[in-house]
Design a protein around this ligand. Sequence first.
Ligand code: SF4
Ligand code: SF4
Length: 421
Amino acid sequence: MLGIKIPKYKSISLKKDFIEYKSPDKVYIPLVNGYDTDVTILVKKGEYVYKGDMIGKTKGLFRVPIISSVSGVVSDFQEMSYAFGDTVKCVVIENDKNDNYKEDKEIKKNISDYTKEEFIEILKDSGIVGMGGSSFPTYVKYECDKKIKTLIINAVECEPYITADHTIVKNKCQEILETIDAILEINNIDEAIIAIKNTNTELKKYLDDFIGTYLNIKVCLVPDLYPMGWERNLVKYIKKKQYENIPIECNIIVNNVSTIYAMYEALKYKKPLTERIVTITGDLLKDPINVCVPIGTPVKEIIDVVGGYKDSNKILLVAGGPMMGKTVSENLVVSANLACVLALSELKNDELINCLRCGKCVEVCPSKLSPVLIKDNVGNKERLKELLPNRCISCGLCSYICPSKILVREYVNKAKENIKN
Ligand code: SF4
Ligand code: SF4
């Protein structure tokens, strides 16, 4: 089973074209990549930083630069809320609003001219990471010995509210195709396949209009199911292949389409990843819309800029979509992996009833787990070892389908933590 049909609320953030908000007074750059908060800080209070300067770097297996998204003075270090639901230390920079880079940016006429080594170095230096939510460093996928036969570009965006990838394809279609073409040439990849939902006629039209001369790039229409955008589902549906750990085992790489656009900026202008489009949406907002903002912009400020809340007394903020997202506090800041902020009316828990043992959570789980059993054994480490909660992809389908409105995914997340400790 590739997934289930769920209702969609995408049209509410697509009523208007996306806007740019490039001049927050301060940015709060999270000192984290993915879950890796072990970071060397390279700046001090009072220091002037240029836009694109490396202000920190992760110390773990994958070295990812932490990059300033504005020019200005480092004024503080402060804990703020982050896309994965936790608080992280951030570098606070007073934005001088000059967008000063240290060096003039040269334009590369033909981005296919890079060697593979140069390409990888640019991805590393530019801090390009998976913008679909993973934050996985992109260079790692390309720095492999195996032959890459297929590049799948994930523009499925199966979460019901998010339209950030839709917006980037609609507005930067030519740049995205140029980048995919260059990636194929530089890495000697046979083909690229852009995956979009079979119901997304608007994107299909944009892609059809521009794709003509790119003979190695195809569009694949995938079923409108959740979680169709999961890498395993894409590889299974498009190439009829299954892998154990990562797609390269089947000579495939999967990149999110917003990541491809970030690669364009890096390859064309040597601009590091300093901004992204975020869908600001939900029933509690006056004017849902997509906004392009610098990394580190406080979400509260973006919500004010786009018109604010209809009712500010009972806000539930979710970083990401309703299926995979995490509830967060109002001091959330934009990170490279934050595609959406959802402002909803607070959930009522009064309808909660006991588990009916209906097994629906087991039927829908794409990782073939027994979420109800994991829930029942959340404190039993020995039993959890057999139930494999670490295979959960946090898709949220078990919570979504549960007739008792039990937050099953949260139990599975707790089980993941328990098994680690
Ligand atoms: S257990 Fe995890 S993977 Fe399975 S349905 Fe629940 S959230 Fe999705
Ligand atoms: S879907 Fe909900 S009610 Fe049904 S077995 Fe799973 S936890 Fe229990």
